[in-house]
Design a protein around this ligand. Structure first.
Ligand SMILES: Nc1ncnc2c1ncn2[C@@H]1O[C@H](COP(=O)(O)OP(=O)(O)O)[C@@H](O)[C@H]1O
Ligand SMILES: [Mg+2]
Length: 306
């Protein structure tokens, strides 16, 4: 881009959000550079880089204990990194700590590993927690109404609003957690192993919901998962954590070309092959029943680059 063009770009207000810095063009709402995390003498991340593209579902995979959850916690400011830069919507952590800023936490929603609903609150009350925190002046009736809407948006029946988490199935609890994550109309959604512990049908339904909400609400999703079906079905790109870094970020077909041992074992092992052929079978069925072109998100949404 020429200097003149850069200047022009600076003049254009790309965003309705007034507090975004001028250099942020919105393409990568999350940028991680040179991230280092250590606990004692255990190195978790060693100069890790990652970019999450606007509008994508980025799958994050890696062996157990490779630091996927720590990475997520670093991005949302719950874990102070030893070194490195993390920018969310073009803002560094230090800038975000500036109390004059509009609270960035209202622009993302998080479904933590295990769900972490308050067990003494109903589903509706759980969804109201962030609403109360960020909009204390909101009329209670309206707050209840918003909570009910988020519960329905997450594919739960209306009655679920007044149930306690212990009265729900695992899949419904995940949806309740999702409803709470969506409480503030976030632009970014963080999901940490959302389908872990669900049966295959429940997991597939949750995946479809994630994809649908992403597209309808225009979300950008950081999705940690072990679930190969999830990766094949709904992720636009997949970031692989290994050797304390993100060793690759790409659509799965491109990952399959790489000859890293973990990637080969994971994606080309028996489970990986089953997930791949499941995806291909499904596509073949869709194509033959509708004569339609492929609906795979990465084909319609993918941009050039990487
Ligand atoms: N607060 C913490 N204090 C010490 N060690 C931690 C802490 N959080 C995570 N760890 C360690 O960091 C490593 C990565 O953890 P985690 O990100 O939870 O892995 P995963 O990729 O399975 O999500 C693990 O060995 C874990 O024990
Ligand atoms: Mg984890």
């Amino acid at each position: 881009m020429s200097e003149e063009e850069e200047h022009l770009v600076e003049q254009v207000d790309h965003h309705s959000r007034p507090f975004e810095p001028k250099h942020f063009d919105g393409e990568y709402p999350i940028v991680v550079k040179g991230l280092v995390n250590r606990f004692g003498d255990q190195t978790i991340h060693d100069r890790l880089d990652l970019e999450v593209r606007k509008g994508e579902i980025l799958g994050v995979v890696g062996g157990s204990g490779t630091g996927k959850s720590v990475l997520m916690r670093s991005i949302i400011g719950l874990q102070m990194p030893k070194e490195g830069e993390i920018e969310v919507f073009g803002r560094s952590a230090e800038e975000l700590l500036d109390e004059h800023e509009v609270d960035i936490r209202s622009r993302w929603g998080v479904l933590f590993q295990g769900g972490a609903l308050f067990s003494t609150l109903t589903v509706g009350e759980n969804v109201e927690v962030p609403l109360k925190e960020f909009y204390p002046e909101l009329d209670p009736e309206l707050r209840h109404e918003i909570a009910r809407y988020k519960v329905r948006l997450s594919g739960l029946p209306d009655e679920a609003t007044s149930k306690y988490p212990s009265e729900l199935s695992g899949g419904m609890r995940k949806r309740a957690g999702l409803a709470r994550a969506l409480a503030l109309d976030p632009e970014l959604l963080f999901l940490d192993e959302p389908t872990a512990g669900l049966d295959p049908i429940g997991a597939a339904a949750f995946d479809r919901l994630t994809r649908e909400l992403t597209d309808v609400l225009g979300l950008t999703v950081f999705l940690i998962t072990h679930d190969l079906d999830t990766l094949y079905e709904i992720c636009d790109r997949v970031a692989v954590l290994a050797d304390h870094k993100v060793i690759a970020t790409a659509p799965i077909p491109e990952l399959l070309e790489l000859d890293h041992p973990w990637i080969q074992e994971y994606f080309n092992g028996p489970r990986g092959r089953a997930a791949k052929s499941g995806k291909e079978d499904l596509e073949a069925r869709v194509a033959s029943s509708t004569g339609a072109k492929k609906t795979k998100a990465m084909d319609t949404k993918g941009k050039s680059g990487d």
